[in-house]
Design a protein around this ligand. Structure first.
Ligand code: C5P
Length: 133
């Protein structure tokens, strides 16, 4: 089974709310709400990939020390097995501005269960509730 490494972030604002983004039409799992992030380029380190993706997708600048690893998703999709570390990030530069037309929401961790998420993302909710309430 092919392994796919994807890195994701829980951006947390001053009110302890978490950002989720809706996967755009035309992508796999379109319409589902996910933690922003993406695949590593060849040779790229996970934190560098996440910093790049957050800049490309949301227009913000994150510094590596502001990324704190929280938990790790492991989910077998039909075509690949996804491994996905989740980092918590409370500090960034710039304003969140979705660059690819994605809808975004800021939500309490305990309200994340109200959103349809990819099966790999759903198990990440409980550790976020433990952290953020
Ligand atoms: O975002 P991208 O399409 O590059 O991600 C590759 C695959 O990883 C998706 O098709 C999806 O199956 C999975 N994924 C996920 N949860 C995320 C991001 C990606 O399950 N937050």
């Amino acid at each position: 089974m092919k392994l796919l490494l994807v890195v994701a972030a829980a951006l947390v604002d001053a009110d302890n709310r978490v950002l989720i983004a809706q996967r755009p039409e035309g992508k796999q799992l379109a319409g589902l709400w996910e933690f922003p992030g993406g695949k590593l380029d060849p040779g790229e380190r996970p934190e560098d990939a996440l910093i790049r993706e957050l800049n490309e997708e949301l227009g913000i600048t994150v510094k590596a020390p502001c990324l704190a690893p929280l938990t790790f998703a492991s989910h077998a999709y039909e075509e690949f097995h996804l491994l996905m570390p989740l980092y918590v990030c409370r500090r960034w530069e710039g304003f969140v501005a979705p660059a690819e037309g994605q809808a975004i929401r800021w939500t309490r961790a305990r309200d994340l269960r109200n959103f349809d998420m990819p099966p790999a993302d759903a198990p990440l909710i409980a550790p976020l509730i433990d952290l953020l309430g």
